[in-house]
Design a protein around this ligand. Structure first.
Ligand SMILES: [Zn+2]
Length: 107
């Protein structure tokens, strides 16, 4: 079983089941692996790939007033590839992005 690539969507820490069954889960604080459980679960147990600076990423994203803009994807995440959105952004990248948005709002 491949790793579950943890990402941030609307400020929530999420992982999609890597088996491709279509399930997604909120990642509990401190978890290192998850089981795809529940009625629609495929019962796969998979390790989580969590960015080492996740808490810093979340702290920065939470400064964005609009929850819809609180997003972060790791390198190689299928959703980010499909949508052609940035992957593996550093906290510096996120700060810069927020400052651009703030500048736009002033105009
Ligand atoms: Zn599954």
């Amino acid at each position: 079983m491949s790793n579950g690539l943890v990402y941030v969507n609307f400020g929530r820490v999420i992982v999609d089941c890597p088996s491709g069954c279509g399930n997604a889960f909120m990642v509990p604080m401190g978890a290192t692996s998850l089981e795809c459980e529940g009625d629609a679960g495929c019962a796969a147990v998979f390790p989580l790939s969590i960015p080492s600076n996740l808490s810093e990423i979340l702290t920065e994203l939470n400064k964005r007033p609009n929850r819809a803009n609180r997003n972060w994807y790791p390198e190689g995440h299928p959703v980010a590839i499909k949508a052609a959105i940035p992957m593996n952004q550093s906290v510096t990248d996120l700060v810069q992005e927020r400052e651009w948005h703030e500048a736009e709002e002033v105009v």
